[in-house]
Design a protein around this ligand. Structure first.
Ligand code: ZN
Ligand code: ZN
Ligand code: ZN
Ligand code: ZN
Ligand code: ZN
Ligand code: ZN
Length: 220
C-alpha cells in the first residue's frame, strides 16, 4: 500500500484497473513510465524498488531509475485527478484528488510545523493554534536574522572559493614562468638556505621572487 499521510481512497472499487499501480495496488500517485517497456508505477514505489533491484518489476527488463519519466498523458492524469479521497486529518470525504492541494490549505485539522521549524523549533499544531504559538516563539522572532546571516555566510564562502580558484590558477602560471627563468639562468638563490642551487637540486621549488604570489605558491 502506498501510504499517503494526508488522504485515503474511497472509490477504489469502481475504478478502471489501468489506474492501479502493480507495486502498491493503489491508484497511481505521480505515475512514471519507462519508454523501453511501457510499464507505469508510482514514482515513490519505483524509487523504493530500484533501491534493491535494477529490473522492471512487471517484465524484468533491465532498467535504471533514470529510464522512468513522469506520465504526461492528459486523459490518464485527469482520471487520476477525479478519484475521490477522504482527508485523514478532518475526515472530509469526496474530495477529488486533483483538488486536494487546495483542501489542505484550508483544512483546519491538519497538523503543521512552526514556521521556524528549519531553525529547530519542534512545535507542531493545528493552523488555528499557529498564530498563538508564533507570537511567543523566540525562534520565529530571530528567524529573519538567522536567514540573513546564513545567506551572507553562503555568499562569502562562494566568494572565498572563487578567490581561491583564481589564486591557484595564478600561482600555477607563476610557477611555470619562474621555472622558465630558472631553466634559462640555470641557478636559483634560495634566501632560506642562503645558497645557490640549480632548479633541480632544491627540494622545494621555493625561490627568491619577492612577488607576494610566491607566498601563496608556497602555502598551497
Ligand atoms: Zn504504487
Ligand atoms: Zn516493464
Ligand atoms: Zn482536511
Ligand atoms: Zn516555533
Ligand atoms: Zn632552500
Ligand atoms: Zn617567482
Amino acid at each position: 500500500m502506498a501510504i499517503n499521510i494526508d488522504w485515503e481512497h474511497i472509490t477504489e472499487n469502481s475504478l478502471d484497473e489501468e489506474l492501479f499501480c502493480p507495486i502498491c495496488a493503489d491508484p497511481f500517485e505521480e505515475p512514471v513510465c519507462a519508454n523501453q517497456c511501457g510499464h507505469t508505477f508510482c514514482r515513490r514505489c519505483i524509487i523504493n524498488t530500484f533501491r534493491i533491484t535494477s529490473q522492471c518489476p512487471a517484465c524484468r527488463h533491465t532498467l535504471t531509475i533514470d529510464d522512468f519519466h513522469p506520465v504526461t498523458t492528459r486523459p490518464f492524469l485527469n482520471q487520476l485527478n477525479k478519484i475521490l479521497v477522504k482527508c485523514k486529518w478532518c475526515s472530509q470525504s469526496n474530495i477529488p484528488r486533483g483538488d486536494f492541494k487546495d483542501h489542505i490549505k484550508t483544512c483546519t485539522k491538519i497538523i503543521i510545523s512552526c514556521p521556524a521549524a528549519n531553525i529547530n523549533c519542534d512545535w507542531k499544531g493545528q493552523p488555528d493554534q499557529m498564530q498563538d504559538h508564533a507570537e511567543v516563539c523566540p525562534l520565529v522572532k530571530i528567524q529573519p536574522t538567522i536567514v540573513k546571516l546564513k545567506t551572507k555566510v553562503k555568499q562569502q564562502s562562494k566568494q572565498i572559493h572563487f578567490l581561491y580558484t583564481i589564486l591557484k590558477k595564478i600561482s600555477e602560471n607563476h610557477k611555470e614562468e619562474c621555472q622558465e627563468v630558472y631553466t634559462k639562468n640555470g641557478i636559483i638563490y634560495c634566501d632560506v638556505c642562503e645558497k645557490e642551487f640549480t632548479i633541480y637540486e632544491h627540494d622545494e621549488w621555493l625561490h627568491f621572487c619577492v612577488d607576494f604570489l610566491t607566498f601563496f605558491f608556497v602555502i598551497f
